[in-house]
Design a protein around this ligand. Sequence first.
Ligand code: GLN
Length: 445
Amino acid sequence: MTTLERARSKNAELNCFLEIFEEDRYAARQGSLSGMSVAVKDVLALKDARLTCGSKFLEPFQSLYTAACVQRLMDAGASIVGKTNMDEFAMGSSNENSAYGPVLNPWDTTRVPGGSSGGSAVAAAIGACTVALGTDTGGSIRQPAAFCGVVGMKPTYGRISRYGLTAFASSFDTVGTFSRTLEDTARALEVMSGFDEMDSTSSRVPVEKYSNALSRDVAGLRIGIPKEYFGEGIEPDVRRLVEESKAKLQKAGCTIVDVSLPHSKYCVADYYILTTAEASSNLARFDGIRYGRRAQGVTSLEDTYRKSRSEGFGREVKRRIMLGTYVLSSGYYDAYYTRAQKVRRLITQDFGIAFGECDALLTPTTPTTAFKFGEKVSDPLAMYLNDIFTVSANIAGVPAMSVPVGLDSNGLPVGAQLITKHFDESTLFALAKEIHVRVTDQLPL
Ligand code: GLN
């Protein structure tokens, strides 16, 4: 079966793609990535293709240009398979917030694939592409990667241009990848990374040859185990497999050190104050006038805004816009928004101090393996707590990778998370190769 045939046949069952392209629609030129097929999360622009962001609001919208990261891959010879399903505007941890129906987890279709980049995680896991692009604002690459058994890479904030990415929380949003292999992850990252004049937050720090890091010796590296990430609520199999990864790193010559990230308990609250604030501002552009759908039967401008937004946005997006406008409102701004910015500084400092003592951190990616559909939809807080180990890397802007490290007793994938200093993606690759277990080889297709 070709990759495209697999994408088509599996999509009917799993709903991971919102659109699959004809073979030659976004076909490859020759280049270092020729032969690589890429699935693109439907929050990234691709000229003349849909860009729904998983929302009804943008159902009729077509992209006018192509996102920088996608363009770089195509220029290097990669071809684009299709656009992947996602939680609406990248808000969610289960894909249950997509206006186009949830994506199913290929390991157990009664379970969620994770979110918000669930479609991309599944597309990579089932071999419907070589690499899938995702975005990670608080874990939306790493959490679904862990739930689906693939490598999920969230680079440093600013490593990859955000030009052509529909903004959720601009100071957190990061483009990254899903893949079954570390090699393909490295190849795609090398091509996408680097300064882009269309995104002033993209970095001029030189891009390393990440593929080379895959043969680097890790002996002598110091691995920090943050005690706050190994407390209660972690499933025994998750704990056991992360412990096994630790032992593998030790065997490869790494030194294990205990470290502390003392402000960890504030991470989830901090994340949900700051990102909803940014989202409420970013999503103000969806007003029924400029993009996508416009409500019918309205008589005034005010009505156009109100009705278009009421009809176009789903429940979770509305909840976040309301939370965000609340924390930014005068009278509450200092108590919530300003205070949360100060806490962001403290959390970032925690990482700085920890990286004085070690080269990388090792944690579980998520406290549990993939949960069942419906399990957390009625309890937003329980859903938000699933992000407990992933949001901190976005708060601090540091790179992090979820690496498949085995299957639990139900046959579900478990991910371990590695975190390094800003722009030290190479060390992530070097360490990941010591613990990576290619669980997708056991996925019945
Ligand atoms: N699950 C988190 C949220 O709902 C992360 C989302 C993301 O990284 N885009 O906000």
